[in-house]
Every structure is written in C-alpha cells, then in structure tokens.
Design a protein around this ligand. Structure first.
Ligand code: ATP
Ligand code: MG
Length: 444
C-alpha cells in the first residue's frame, strides 16, 4: 500500500478503471437494474452497481441479483420510485420491485458513529445496527472482501476500486478488507461467506483472511438462528454443496452449524455417514446444475439423519417401540438444531415425514405398501432410501423391491405383497442398522 509524505499513515489510492479497461458491458446488466441506476442519476444522485454482481460480471458469470449503492437516503430513493419499500433494521435498505425482480438499493454507509443511536456495537465487537450514512469512500471499508467492494459507475461506466479488488480478482484471491480479526469479530458470518465465495468462485483465501477462521469459528455461536438458517441454505443449496461441506469441516465451521452431525462424523469409526452426506450433497448439486428445483428439507433431513438414528437406536435399546423412539428422537434432534439454525415449521415437518417413512419401508406385505405409496412425501422418502442403499445404510434389495413395486401392474403388485406361504410376514431386512456386506464396517 502506498505511503504518504509523512511516511506513517497508509494513504488510500483509488483506482478508476475506465470502460475500455474492464469487460462489464451494459448488455449483461439487468434492464431493471439499469433503470434504477439511470433514474437515480437523473435525480442527481450518485448510483453504482456494487457487490456480487460486479464481481460476477467481471468473471463473465450471470449475477444472482443486482445491488445498487447510492448517496440517496432510503427515503429519497422511495421518492424516486413508486414501486419501492424500505426494509431492514440492522441495515435500512430500499427494495425496488419490478414484478419478480427486486433491485436492492443501499445508501452508502459511513464509518463514524454519530451521537445518535444509529450504530450499535455489542460488547463482543459485533455490529448490531449500522445506519450511519456516508460517502462512497466510506462505504468501501464496510464491505467484506476486496472483490465485493468494486463499484460500477453509471455516469461513465467505469469501475471504482479502493481496496485492490481488481488485482485480487485477477489473482483469484479472496481477501478480507481491513484487520481480519476485527472484521470477523464484527460479523462472524463473514467466515461462512469466505468459504462460500472461495468455493463458488474457485478463489483462494488469502493467508491473513484464512488464519483467524481456525480459532474464531466459535464466534458463530452468537449469531441469531434465523440468520444462520438463511446462510445454511446459501451454503448448501447453491450448487457447490460437496466442496462447501468439506471446506466447512476443514475450518471447524461445520461443527458450529450442525454440532450433533459433526460429533457423529468425528466419533464414528466407519465412513458410511460421511459417504451418505456426500452423496446427498452431490445429488442436490447435480439438480442445481440441471436447473431443477431444490427443497431444503431433503438435504436437512440427510444432514441430521445420523444423529437421529443414534438417538432413536438408544431409545429402542431402552425399550421404546420403534415409532415412538423415532418421534422422540426427531423432537430432540430438531429442538436442539432449531436453536442454531431456525428451520421453519413446514420444513421440520417435512423432515419428520421423510424420516418416519424410512421406518416403514421394511413392511412389504399386505396393504401397507399401497398406503405408503399414497403418502405426500413418498417420492422424497424413496429417494432418501435410495441414497441410504447406495451408501451402505439400507438393504439394496429393499430398494429394488420398492422400485419394482412402483413400476408393477396391479397383478404383480398383488403377488409382491402377498404373505409368504406357510407363515407370518417377516419384515424385509432391518434397514436401520444395515451395513453393506461388501464393505463391512468395523461395527459389524
Ligand atoms: P451473492 O452472489 O451470494 O449475492 P454477494 O456478494 O452479492 O454474493 P450479498 O449477500 O448479496 O452477497 O451482499 C452484497 C454485498 O454487500 C457484498 O458483495 C458485500 O459487499 C456486502 N456485504 C454483504 N454481507 C456483508 C457482511 N456480512 N459484511 C460486510 N459486507 C457485506
Ligand atoms: Mg448479491
């Protein structure tokens, strides 16, 4: 960093990259975002595209959404756009609506707290509220990574870079702005964002950005469960679940999000639970890349499957019947988990459905299989059974039976579900503790 004449204080040099020196073209920018930028400019405000969209456009990727930064206050933004709502408490923002697309317009944030209560810092260093407005030059330093702090100026189509973001972008480096220890303390979610962006962009964490994560992961315990849940969805349902999972585990961050699962992975002396999770994540990553819809409950059910089974098994050993054991285990596992990541009720209900149906698959005689087929969550539960069977957690023959049963005509279905001659029906396999015989685990 350049040094001023006194030789002490680092002097910040802004770099402006004019249009011919970067690859962002207006044709790649959403028409609605351009409208917002142009209208703000017309109303004599400054207006920039900023954050992930600039970063992604520079990589030639299609941005997920477009964020705008301006010197107009949220109220002033609202005066310019009729289709606008002010949201947020921690950060007040304006949302401009165009049908299904929302353009988020944030007022530049300042760095100095005013006399008012606009900025609130918790004693542990966390920034709880931050509504001090400022200039672009101040706004830059509040952002997380240098590559997220690039501003595309609608006035002359240049890119403004205060932090060396363009250089880091070219070197594929993810570097936290400022002192990483302080910045993680201010907002521990930045550790999760570091992992998410490193994986998604294929960037390397700068050593100074990486180092504190090993020791500061625990800070995530202070984050409200609703925010962590949102973050978990972004981490695991955005197409890079497998790598994200591996990297979160590497830094000890996964243990902060799913402590019960992490304990299972750490203490089990076989690899089946990990393989099962990897396979579940691979599936969602593939669905994402095929543009298919992804529901969080399936993956969340997979993430908590091992703790659920251990809990239910202990109960069964203590004499609870299987159904009750699974219900109680689900209550316990879920009530602990929602304190960390606040899953909404409809999600936890679907997770329960998928889990309970697993205990019913071994009943292949009589009318039960027909009733199972009619369950709303049958398809998801069957996919779940498939994952288990593929990773040594369920009898592959049971999976084959259910695959055939679904495809069979009435006649064959009747034969398949007929009680075996000369005796009571025996449940097919004991899928819960099943371990693939081809690859025996030390437990067997
Ligand atoms: P994505 O592709 O996931 O949308 P993004 O970088 O746009 O990535 P957002 O969460 O949409 O991420 O945030 C927009 C911008 O706001 C970021 O690029 C960054 O500049 C800033 N920002 C977001 N969250 C934080 C944070 N926790 N700390 C500091 N700056 C943040
Ligand atoms: Mg974004």
């Amino acid at each position: 960093m350049p040094v001023n004449e006194a030789g002490a204080e680092p002097k910040i040099q802004v770099k402006i990259y004019p249009r011919p020196e970067h690859c962002i073209s207006r044709s790649q920018i959403s028409e609605n975002a351009l409208k917002v930028l142009q209208r703000l400019k017309k109303a004599d405000f400054e207006a920039y595209l900023v954050g992930g969209c600039v970063r992604d456009l520079l990589l030639g990727r299609e941005p997920k959404d477009f964020d705008v930064a301006t010197n107009a206050s949220p109220e002033q933004v609202k005066q310019v756009f009729r289709n606008c709502r002010i949201i947020g408490r921690r950060f007040r923002l304006a949302h401009v609506f165009f049908g299904r697309e929302i353009i988020e317009v944030a007022t530049f944030r300042g760095s100095e707290p005013e006399e008012s209560d606009q900025q609130v810092i918790h004693e542990d260093g966390r920034l709880l509220r931050d509504n001090v407005f400022g200039t672009l030059e101040q706004d830059v330093w509040r952002r997380d990574f240098t590559v997220n702090a690039l501003y595309y100026n609608i006035r002359d189509f240049s890119v403004v870079d205060f932090t060396g973001g363009i250089r880091d972008h070219a070197d594929a480096i993810l570097r936290l702005i400022g002192d990483p220890d302080v910045r993680y303390r201010e907002d521990p979610v930045r550790m999760l964002r570091a992992v998410r962006f490193a994986v998604k962009l294929g960037f390397t964490l700068h050593p100074d950005t990486e180092r504190p994560i090993y020791t500061q992961a625990e800070l995530l315990k202070s984050i409200p469960a609703a925010r962590l849940y949102d973050e978990v969805l972004k981490l695991f349902l955005a197409g890079y679940g497998v790598q994200t999972f591996e990297m979160l585990r590497h830094y000890g961050l996964f243990a902060m999000l799913f402590p019960a699962t992490d304990r299972c992975l750490e203490t089990q002396d076989h690899d089946f639970p990990r393989l099962f999770l990897i396979r579940a994540l691979e599936n969602s990553d593939r669905r994402f890349s095929e543009g298919k819809s992804l529901t969080p409950y399936f993956l969340l059910a997979a993430l908590l499957w091992e703790p659920l089974q251990i809990n239910a098994n202990n109960r069964i050993q203590q004499g609870e019947n299987e159904t009750l054991a699974y219900q109680n285990a689900a209550n316990e596992v879920l009530s602990r988990q929602i304190k960390i990541t606040a899953m909404p009720r409809h999600i936890t209900q679907s997770m329960r459905d998928v889990w309970f149906l697993q205990t019913k698959f071994s009943r292949t005689v009589g009318t039960r299989p027909y009733r199972l087929l009619e369950q709303a969550k049958f398809r998801a539960a069957y996919d779940f059974l498939q994952l288990r069977a593929e990773t040594g957690g369920a009898d592959p023959e049971l999976l084959t039976w259910w695959t055939r049963f679904q495809e069979a005509d009435e006649d064959l279905q009747r034969k398949m579900t007929a009680p075996p001659k000369g005796g009571a029906s025996k449940p097919r396999g004991k899928p819960r503790r099943y371990r693939n015989r081809a690859k025996p685990g030390p437990q067997e």
